[in-house]
Design a protein around this ligand. Structure first.
Ligand code: FES
Length: 189
């Protein structure tokens, strides 16, 4: 991973750090640690400073995202129309909680506070596709459009997989985008 060209779009002045992080997020859909290390060197700031920015702004993610991003609205209108039931069903089918990505990289799950379609509550979005008045039984049908049949894909939390199963393998069994969960603040000191 080389982000030299991306970095050199901007002068090496700290006021441009946020813009660089936005560009990295846009390119990779998350902030890979290697890219942040290069950014740290370019601007001459500690990695911990970038970690602080990355965790402060909700637009940034330190975890790799899946190929398909499921966003379940948990705003007021959707919540009172049982959006939690949709989350429970997704968890049952994919073993994902909000913020997780399946280890096969097919799905990420997020919650959002309003999708601007309250009349269709409860609403979920997969990538750019909106689904309104979603019921528990519709969830599996919707997800089957995007991934393998439910239950056939081993899914578990990326961070847990790294810590429990892949240490000692140098992470070589998985791609770079999954080899680091970004969740350990101690790494950033
Ligand atoms: S509260 Fe869910 S779309 Fe507005």
């Amino acid at each position: 991973m080389d982000i030299t060209e991306l970095l050199h779009r901007y002068p090496a002045e700290r006021r441009y750090m946020l813009a660089v992080l936005q560009d990295i997020q846009e390119r990779y859909q998350f902030l890979p640690k290697e890219a942040l290390c290069q950014t740290s060197g370019y601007f001459g700031v500690p990695l911990s400073k970038l970690y602080g920015m990355a965790t402060f702004y909700k637009a940034f993610s330190l975890k790799a995202k899946g190929k398909n991003i499921i966003r379940v609205c948990d705003g007021t209108a959707c919540h009172i129309r049982s959006s939690t039931v949709l989350l429970e069903e997704i968890e049952r089918l994919l073993h994902l909680k909000p913020g997780d990505t399946s280890v096969d990289g097919v799905f990420s799950l997020e919650t959002v506070s309003c999708l601007g379609s309250c009349a269709l509550a409860p609403v979920l979005v997969v990538n750019e596709e909106y689904y309104g008045s979603v019921t528990r039984t519709m969830v599996g049908e919707i997800l089957n459009h995007y991934g393998p049949a439910m239950g056939e894909v081993p899914v578990w939390d990326v961070g847990s997989a790294f810590e429990e199963n892949l240490e000692g393998n140098g992470g070589s069994a998985i791609g770079d985008r999954l080899a680091w969960d970004g969740g350990n603040a101690d790494e950033w000191a």
